[in-house]
Every structure is written in structure tokens, then in C-alpha cells.
Design a binder for this molecule. Structure first.
Ligand code: C2E
Ligand code: MG
Ligand code: MG
Length: 610
């Protein structure tokens, strides 16, 4: 509410124009008003009055009706037409006895009338009233103007606020749909885009599109060796290179980490996506330059064709990823196109993982033992423990069917620990039970993950203590790749094992990285020549250079050598002839349960197996 103020009019500054052709009337009124301290101007005809009013607007006009040439009504009409004078209140003066048309007076814009002869107090009050009314109107106009200005101001403020909020909302939406590191659309945004494509395939069953899942190979190594800062810069540079290979209308997003995804709309078949992947692969042949460094990067690609067969965006993403993981499994830096076997395989693998977890709880594993023979004496010198899974429905499952999954899922840690304990306990029992075999050794396979696992030494110590096995009889078999994958940690672990007099064997020697430098660096005791070399032996006369070299290399480095997979007497003769210390293979015995080993009397008496 606007506060109502009493409206004051200052008489000394109030101008009143009196218009009358009769001078005596003018004089009388002028006198009355001057006595009331009004400023008075006089006009004896309409023309002068009009001019005077235009030059300086009076606050009020007292206008005689009856004037020659132009009467009061006409003048009033003219005043009301002019912008400058239209708001001046006009009070008509009428002589008594004159014909005075009140209706016309108000119709032409008059606000009041005074009849002659003038009653002074009436004149004063009517004038005052009109002036107050005018002042009140002016005030109202002023208040209205102020109010309007305030409304405009507030409207502008509100508009600015709305715009600010809209911008903030747009920014929040942008952040929600974009990846901050690369500024690319993120997974959510990609899904929305993918759903649009799916809607199109729903409407037009012939419409096709493609999704390509990309995952950088060995990105962790870049992060770990060059630092996350370099890793981040590289992740920012990758999209630029990928985009340069994409046609207009393609959609590139970052799914997180080193994973990207591309959507190629409106396609027919896989020709174009494959061509695009090959172009990207070509572009990746030149290095990225980050912080003055040249970095070569490989990417694995999984391609899936989006057709009306898909009803869920999630499934397309899943299949693109399955194909990408298949590309990785097949040796990285390549692409795979999705096919239904991949899904089947993934389901089976998932089932296997679930079953493995249950098997661990239900103790469905059993350790088999394969004798290792001293090739100089022919006596059994020890055993290699080889795990099997006694599946309640599927029977005995060999390790290559489940160890890789156990490794991927980390289940190898508890499983490996159980095997180690089982094997140590068994060999200790045999040593105690068969005095002739009181120095039997036990070889236990250790996976890469177990090596990277910080509690390995603690577990080994605890198991040796619990089983009472002397540590010098324990031999851990590690593949070359396990050492190479984690050489810093491996060196420390090797030294700790050496300090406990535990022996280290390099398993499947010759099939891994074969970076021989580690043989100097690490305290290794034994090389196991992979059976793929042994089974190439044809005769003693036909020398196998690789086998001869490995045995020589081992002996030069003071390592003993074991030949794996001896199946024939020729193979046995060959490795004996080359002075290989140990051998194992079906020629002697396959891996067997502890029960079978005892029932076959293998440990009953020490005798040569030749
Ligand atoms: P590995 O450590 O190289 O074990 C030798 C493999 O060769 C064993 O297969 C053994 O049964 C097989 N073998 C031995 N002699 C002969 C032969 O004369 N001819 C043929 N054809 N094969 C022979 P297995 O038991 O199926 O084990 C396969 C692989 O699974 C092992 O290779 C090892 O890498 C892994 N593995 C087995 N048990 C364990 C375990 O307890 N822990 C870990 N981490 N891996 C294990
Ligand atoms: Mg082995
Ligand atoms: Mg082996």
C-alpha cells in the first residue's frame, strides 16, 4: 500500500490563469486570489489565454463561458487537445441568468463551475479543491511511475535470476552428461544417444547402427610409470585422434578410465565400422607427445552392429564390451566383432566363477601329486602338487579350466593358500611315514596374483609352522611372466624366500618373455624346461639346440634343470644324456591323488624307476 500523504499545495507558487472578457470580473477575481497568495495571470480573450497557457502552463484556469469570438467551451476543447495544456484543470465562470450548460461544461473537460456574483469563500474552496485534486493526481502519477519503475527493475532482476538459474541448470546438466577430464559426453549421455538410435530401429527394422567399445591396452603401466598427470594428458589427447577418423554424425563418449565408446548412426553392415577401426589403428602407429615424451598406445576394439534385434541399450553396450574383452584376450591391439558365442562364453564364465566360489566353501578341490625323478639315481626326489576340482556333477576338472578364472577373480589367493598347506602337510606326512623318503621335496605352483599379494610370505611362514615342514624342502614354481609383471615386488619376495631357504623354480621355461636378465638378478634355483620342447625330441643323435642350450645355460648359472613332460624312453635318454638333473612326465607317472601314490607303493621302497 502506498502511504497516503496529505497533499499540500504551496499557494505562493501556484499559478492561476483567469480568462474573462470583462475586466471588472478579472480585477475582482485577481484581487481575491492575490489576497489568498496565488500568482495570477489574466487574459481578456480566448486567443491570449491559449497562448499564455501554452507558454507557461498555469496550475488552474478560471474560464468565463461567454466571450466574444471564442466562448469558454471552445477554448476548453482546444486546451484539452494540446498535450501541454490538456491536464490543466478548468473551472468555468458563469454569470447568473446566463444560459449555462453544465453538461457541456463537463463534456468539454471542465472540472467545476462558479456562478457569478462570486462568493469569495466558495471561489477559494473550489479552487483549493481543484488544486488539491490536481496535486493528488500528480502524486498518484508519480507513485505509479515509481511503482512501474520498481516493477520493471524487479522484473529485470527476476529475469536475470531466472537466466542465471537456467545457466546453472544447464551447467549441472552438462556436468551430469559430460566427463570433466576430456569434456566428452559420458556414459549417461551416451546411453541417451543410444536410446534414440534404438527408437529409430524400432520404427524402421531395416535401420542399422554400430557401437564400438575401445579400451587402451596397458594404460595402467603408463599411469604407474609416467604418473597420473601424464596419463590424464594422454586421455585428453586420445579423443582428438579418434575424432579425426570419424565421419560426421558419429558420437564419441568416455565411459570412464581408459574406456571410450563410439556410436556410428545410419549404417548398412559392418564394413564402415571396421574401416574406421582400421583407420584409428593406423593413426595410433605414430606416438602421442605428452610432456616432451613420446608415448605409443594400443587400443583394443569391440564392434557390435545395432539392429532391431536389440531391445535394450544395456545389451548393446554389454556386447560391444564382450567383443572388446575378446580382442584383449586374443593379444590386445586388435578388434573383434561381436558374435553370440561371446555372450554364451561370458555366461559360462560367470557361472564358473560362482561355482568356484561355492567349491572353495564346499572344499571340492583335491591336490594331485606328480613324482619328480632324480635323473642320476632314478629315485623319486619329490612331487609337484597339481590341483584338481572334484565337481559334484562334472567330475574331475583339470586346472587349465578353472585356474585362469581363479586368477582373474582373485580366488587364486585363498585357493593357492589352501593348496600350499595341503601339499606341505602331505609331504611332511610322507617324510615322517617313509624314512627312506625323509628328504622328499614338494613343488607348489604359485600364480602371478599370489606373488603380488602382500601377505604371501606371511602365509608361507604360517603354513610351514603349522605343517612342521622344513622350509628347505619347499619349492615354489613361478612362470617367467609372473616375474616380469611385478619385478620390483618379485625381487623382494624372492630374497625373503631365499632367506628362508625356500627354492625357486622357473616353470614352463622358454615359453614366456625369456628376458634372461632376470636370471642374474633373481635368486633362482631351478629351470623347468617346458614340455613343448621335450616332446620335440626325436632321437639322441638329432640334437635339439634349444634343450641343449637351456640345460647349458642353467648349469652355467649354477641352476639345476628339470625336464617336464617326459613321455618316452627316447626323451628320457636324451635329457639324461644332456645331464639334466630332474625329470617328470607320464613316462614315469601322471599326477595322482595321495591315496593312489600310497596304494601303488611308490614310497614303500626307494628304487630306481629306470
Ligand atoms: P605346470 O605347472 O607346467 O604343470 C605341468 C602340467 O603338465 C600338469 O598339467 C601335468 O599334469 C602336465 N604333465 C605332466 N607330465 C606330462 C606329460 O608327460 N605329458 C603331458 N601331456 N602332460 C604332462 P595340469 O595338472 O593339467 O596343470 C596344468 C597347469 O595348471 C600347470 O602347469 C600349472 O600352470 C597350473 N596349475 C596346476 N595346479 C596348480 C596350482 O596348484 N596352482 C597354480 N597356480 N597353478 C596350477
Ligand atoms: Mg608347474
Ligand atoms: Mg610347467
Amino acid at each position: 500500500m502506498i502511504p497516503v500523504k496529505t497533499i499540500e499545495t504551496s499557494l505562493s507558487t501556484t499559478n492561476i490563469l483567469i480568462v474573462d472578457d470583462k475586466v471588472e470580473n478579472l480585477d475582482l477575481l485577481a484581487q481575491i486570489l492575490r489576497e489568498q497568495s496565488y500568482k495570477v495571470r489574466l487574459a481578456t480573450n480566448a486567443k491570449i489565454a491559449l497562448k499564455s497557457a501554452k507558454i507557461a502552463s498555469p496550475d488552474l484556469i478560471l474560464l468565463d463561458i461567454n466571450m466574444p469570438e471564442m466562448n469558454g467551451y471552445e477554448l476548453c476543447r482546444l486546451l484539452k487537445k494540446e498535450e501541454k495544456t490538456q491536464d490543466i484543470p478548468v473551472i468555468f465562470l458563469s454569470a447568473s441568468g446566463q444560459t449555462f450548460n453544465k453538461v457541456e461544461a463537463f463534456a468539454v473537460g471542465g472540472v467545476d463551475y462558479i456562478t457569478k456574483p462570486f462568493d469569495i469563500s466558495e471561489v477559494v474552496i473550489r479552487i483549493e479543491n481543484q488544486l488539491k485534486l490536481k496535486a493528488a493526481q500528480a502524486k498518484i502519477i508519480e507513485l505509479n511511475t515509481n511503482l512501474e519503475q520498481k516493477i520493471q527493475q524487479r522484473t529485470a532482476q527476476l529475469k536475470a535470476e531466472i537466466e542465471r538459474r537456467e545457466r546453472a541448470q544447464a551447467e549441472i546438466l552438462r556436468i551430469a552428461l559430460h566427463d570433466t577430464l576430456t569434456n566428452l559426453p559420458n556414459r549417461n549421455c551416451f546411453r541417451q544417444r543410444l536410446e534414440l538410435e534404438m527408437a529409430t530401429t524400432n520404427q524402421d527394422p531395416d535401420y542399422q547402427f554400430a557401437v564400438i567399445s575401445l579400451d587402451c591396452d596397458n594404460f595402467k603401466i603408463i599411469n604407474d610409470s609416467l604418473g597420473h598427470n601424464v596419463g590424464d594428458r594422454l586421455l585428453q589427447a586420445i579423443p582428438t585422434r579418434i575424432k579425426s577418423c570419424l565421419p560426421d554424425g558419429s558420437f564419441l563418449a568416455r565411459l570412464g578410465g581408459d574406456k571410450f565408446i563410439i556410436l556410428l548412426p545410419n549404417l548398412q553392415g559392418l564394413k564402415i565400422p571396421i574401416l574406421i577401426v582400421e583407420t584409428i589403428q593406423q593413426k595410433l602407429k605414430s606416438p602421442f607427445r605428452v610432456n616432451e615424451r613420446e608415448i605409443y598406445l594400443n587400443i583394443s576394439f569391440g564392434i557390435v552392429l545395432g539392429t532391431s534385434e536389440y531391445s535394450q541399450a544395456e545389451n548393446i553396450l554389454r556386447d560391444a564390451n564382450l567383443a572388446m574383452y575378446q580382442a584383449k584376450a586374443l593379444g590386445k591391439r586388435q578388434y573383434q566383432v561381436y558374435n553370440n558365442h561371446m555372450y554364451q562364453h561370458a555366461i559360462e564364465r560367470l557361472q564358473l566363477e560362482t561355482d568356484l566360489r561355492k567349491a572353495l566353501v564346499n572344499q571340492e578341490f583335491i591336490v594331485y601329486y606328480q613324482p619328480i625323478v632324480n635323473l642320476r639315481t632314478g629315485y623319486i626326489s619329490g612331487f609337484e602338487s597339481l590341483v584338481r576340482w572334484q565337481h559334484p556333477e562334472k567330475g574331475i576338472i583339470p586346472p587349465n579350466k578353472f585356474i585362469p578364472v581363479a586368477e582373474e577373480t582373485g580366488l587364486i589367493i585363498p585357493l593357492g593358500c589352501w593348496i600350499l598347506k595341503e601339499a606341505c602337510q602331505q609331504v611332511f606326512n610322507w617324510q615322517a611315514k617313509y624314512p627312506e623318503f625323509n628328504s622328499l621335496t614338494i613343488n607348489v605352483n604359485v600364480a602371478v596374483q599370489q606373488f603380488s599379494y602382500s601377505d604371501l610370505l606371511k602365509d608361507v611362514d604360517q603354513i610351514l609352522e603349522e605343517t612342521n615342514l622344513n622350509s628347505k624342502y619347499l619349492r615354489l614354481e613361478i612362470t617367467e611372466s609372473a616375474i616380469m609383471k611385478n619385478s620390483e615386488l618379485a625381487l623382494h619376495t624372492f630374497e625373503e624366500l631365499k632367506a628362508r631357504d625356500i627354492k625357486i623354480c622357473i616353470d614352463d621355461f622358454g615359453t614366456g618373455y625369456s628376458s634372461l636378465s632376470y636370471l642374474h638378478k633373481f635368486p633362482v634355483d631351478n629351470l623347468k624346461i617346458d614340455r613343448s620342447f621335450i616332446n620335440r625330441i626325436e632321437s639322441i643323435a638329432k640334437r635339439n639346440k634349444i634343450i641343449d642350450s637351456v640345460i647349458n645355460l642353467g648349469h652355467h648359472l649354477d641352476l639345476s634343470v628339470t625336464a617336464e613332460g617326459i613321455e618316452t624312453v627316447t626323451q628320457l635318454d636324451y635329457v639324461r644324456d644332456t645331464d639334466c638333473e630332474y625329470g617328470q612326465g607320464y613316462y614315469f607317472f601322471p599326477p595322482m591323488s595321495a591315496q593312489d601314490i600310497e596304494s601303488k607303493g611308490l614310497l614303500a621302497q626307494k628304487k630306481s624307476l629306470f
